[in-house]
Design a protein around this ligand. Sequence first.
Ligand SMILES: [Zn+2]
Ligand SMILES: [Zn+2]
Length: 608
Amino acid sequence: MQVLYDVLLPGPWWHPLTYSGNGKDFPEKGCRVRVPIGRTERTGIVTDAREVKGEVCDKQQFSCRSILYAVDEAPAVTEEILQTLFLAGKHFLCGPGELLKSAFPSPFFDGKEAPNAPRMSPEETRTYSVAFIRDAKDSDRFRSYLEILGKDDHGGFVIFPERNRAALFWENLPDKLKERAILWPAGNGKRAWESWIRVLKGQRNIVIGSMGCLFAPLTCIRNVIVEDEGNPVYYSRRYPYIHARSVLTYRARYWKAKLVLGGAMPSSRSFLFRKEKCTARTGGRLIFADKSEAREFEVRGVRRPLPVTDAVLTRTQEAAAGHGVVMWLLDRIGYASGIWCRECESILTCPKCGTATRWETRESTAVCPFCGNRGKLPEECPNCGGAFMEGIKPGIEASVDLAANLLGNKALVHEWHKAVTKEKSSRNKMLKKLEVSGGIVTGTRKALELCDDIPVALVCWLDIDTELLKPSYDVKYRAFRMIWESLWRGMEPENRKVILQTKKTGTAWQKKLGKGWHEFWESELAERKELDLPPWKFLVEINTKSRIKNEMLSILESEGFECLDPDPKSGLFWVRTEKTETLRKAVEPFFSVSRSKEGFPRMRVCID
Ligand SMILES: [Zn+2]
Ligand SMILES: [Zn+2]
């Protein structure tokens, strides 16, 4: 008799690797072990230990090397976390091993000493339930969350799309909750490790955080609260692409907890599950301004003017006169999007990757939006040597001068977007100035986060039409929720007005803003059903080498999957499927450790 161990290791293959025992250590499921792999060694987690007769190992030609040693004497990982890793790895088609690095703080894999995981299982008598909290105002929803958390002293999760919002919620916790809560730190290093240990030891049992806290080792979870559950930020930006709401749903199910889906507006999936009605109305707070009647302001060095309507100009002046805060928003960062030569009309592209560059005013740089490469804006055209390089469309930085002229004071105009240095001190300084004298904040949608810190009297979207041109199946939703957020987010939303500058006033889509989000979702879901789009079916993006793509395409098509391959020369394609399970079975052979030399495809599952 000998013991075989299945060991889950950080890596892109989908299955655990099998090792034999070393005769000295007998680690259980959930223990860390050190194992050899290739010419190196790594730390993994035992997911199964079984006794077999000696010859089986050789017969089945397992990669049967022996474990080096056991790191833990007792499990450091709970049964539930292991199960959640496997579920998420399956559903999001990335494999559990790929999730390990984001699921555990890095000292975990350095073999740092960890406390024993409690052996808890959910109470038989409990049942899993789902509740929705849809108050339009953040403060109303947050009050409900506090009530829910205060009702029992067992484990709870509250997750926010942004860490700032999690921190704000944490700061306002009543003392009784705060003493058993933890604000999950950003990053994956020492501080995350300390938090991980405190939660595993049961010293803290309410976890408040953003994407980084999904696998916090809580046990006996009773409440899982997902704030702003439809926010696309819950798709992880980096591979592996999981969705936070789904992962927390698995955890809530396991513990038979109450899953609370909150947010001023539901996700498509939640709306499909329960046809809620929106009770919030915009009243007279939402104003459409016809862009074709706008004044066209020349922007130095940019071909197209910046159109600003009288509605924006006069209401901005009115608000500023009362020391109010106004936002001018445009989701085009930089001074101009696109730079071209007026003589030969060639577009300035990134020298590294060939993407069209944008112009940022700081040091007159040409910035690549794709790879981030920065170069000096050339004085002469690299193509024809002509001396007239100009911007094509004005970006948000181009509105700064106009804003300053309008208020007659440059000190009243602030910028808030990705290109601005984001130190906390500069943010606080800006907020102080705004609090005292009001002014205009020019920025991208990111600027809306300032509504959490300061009452904003007026939000002006300078070009809402471009939001609807982005090449994604859910653009209409993204634009709708962004406007909804502009109307309701943060402090004193009832006193805020929102102006949308658009060339197409009175479209069906815009009218739904006045009637509430259920009207929007009803028609949007009907359209998506026609096209077999999420949430009706899963849309899966697959990115791989061309050769592997062709291999995958032929297998998937022969099995009857509907594949979309818009660019046969690239390694990218899409598959629509009713269940990710069936797709997973079809592509599983591509994710075996034996294919390490060929490389592994990356898949992204769109669920909403
Ligand atoms: Zn030229
Ligand atoms: Zn580039």
